[in-house]
Design a protein around this ligand. Structure first.
Ligand code: HEM
Length: 225
C-alpha cells in the first residue's frame, strides 16, 4: 500500500482518486494471491499424477544444492527441468480460464469487447501434441538429456499464461520466483505422495469466473538427512 499512497502524502482528496486507489489495491490483492495459489496447486496436482516426473524433478533439485539456504530464486532459475514443469503446469491448468477481454478496433465491430481464449490456445490440438496430457519435455531444448522429438513441432507461441500486449501481467517475474522457490524448498524438504482414496481428475474442476476445485490431499514426509 505504501507504493500506492505514501504515508507522508495527504489522504485522497476526491471521490475519483479514492475509487482509483481502491481499484488498484483490490486488483493487487486478487492478482497477487489467486493465480499463485492456482499455480502451486496445479504443479502439485500434476506431479502427484505423474510420479516419474515428480521423481525427476525431485532429483534435479536435490542434486543441485548442498543445503536449504542455497535454494534461492536466482539459483533455481538455472534448473531446466523445474522451468519445464512450471511452464507445463501454467499451460495445462491455466489460471484465467474465462478469456482475456480486449476491445476490438476494426477487426470485428468497433468498441465490441471480445475475449481471447487462452484455454483454446494453450490446451488446443491445433498448436500442441497431446495438449490434455502433462509433458514437461515439450519445454526442454534439444541439448537436454530428456528432450523428446515428439514435441518438436509444438507451437509454443500459443503459450501466454501472463497475457499479451501492454496489459500483460506486471507480476510475472514475482510469480516465477515464488513458484520456483515453493517447489524448490518443498521438494528439497519433503517426499511427496498423493493420499490413496483422494485421487482427483481435472475433469472435476469447474470454472465460475474463478476456478472451483476439490481439495488436494498430499502426504508430506520430511526427508531424513
Ligand atoms: C502464476 C501467477 C500469475 C499468473 C498466471 C498471472 C496472469 C495474469 C494475466 C493472464 C493477466 C491479464 C493480462 C492480459 O490481460 O493480457 C494478469 C494481469 C495482472 N497481473 Fe498477474 N498473474 C500472476 C501473478 C501475479 C502477481 C504475483 C502479481 C502481483 C504481485 C500480478 C499482478 C498483475 C496485475 C497488476 C495485472 C494487471 C495488469 C494491467 O492490467 O495492466 N500477477 N496476470
Amino acid at each position: 500500500m505504501d507504493y500506492i499512497i505514501r504515508p507522508e502524502d495527504p489522504p485522497p482528496g476526491t471521490k475519483k482518486e479514492l475509487t482509483h486507489i481502491e481499484q488498484v489495491a483490490f486488483q493487487m490483492f486478487i492478482a497477487g494471491f489467486d493465480p499463485i495459489q492456482i499455480t502451486f496447486y496445479a504443479a502439485l496436482f500434476f506431479l502427484l499424477k505423474h510420479p516419474q516426473i515428480l521423481a525427476r524433478l525431485t532429483k534435479e533439485i536435490r542434486n543441485s544444492f548442498n543445503n536449504y539456504d542455497e535454494i534461492t530464486p536466482d539459483a533455481l532459475s538455472n534448473l531446466k527441468y523445474l522451468h519445464a514443469v512450471i511452464s507445463e503446469s501454467l499451460r495445462a491448468h491455466l489460471t484465467i480460464a474465462t478469456g482475456l477481454p480486449r476491445i476490438s478496433s476494426g477487426a470485428i465491430v468497433d468498441g465490441v469487447v471480445c475475449h481471447l481464449s487462452s484455454f483454446k490456445a494453450m490446451r488446443g490440438e491445433r498448436y500442441l501434441r497431446d495438449p490434455l496430457g502433462f509433458h514437461p519435455e515439450r519445454w526442454l531444448s534439444s541439448e537436454h538429456p530428456l528432450y523428446d522429438t515428439r514435441y518438436a513441432d509444438d507451437n509454443l507461441k500459443s503459450f501466454f499464461p501472463f497475457g499479451l500486449g501492454p496489459r500483460k501481467c506486471t507480476g510475472r517475474e514475482i510469480a516465477w520466483s515464488q513458484t520456483r522457490l515453493f517447489l524448490g524448498k518443498v521438494l528439497w524438504s519433503f517426499d511427496l505422495e498423493g493420499v490413496r482414496g483422494h485421487e482427483k481428475s481435472f475433469d472435476e474442476f469447474k470454472v465460475y469466473v474463478m476456478w472451483n476445485r476439490p481439495e488436494l490431499w498430499v502426504r508430506y514426509s520430511p526427508v531424513d538427512r
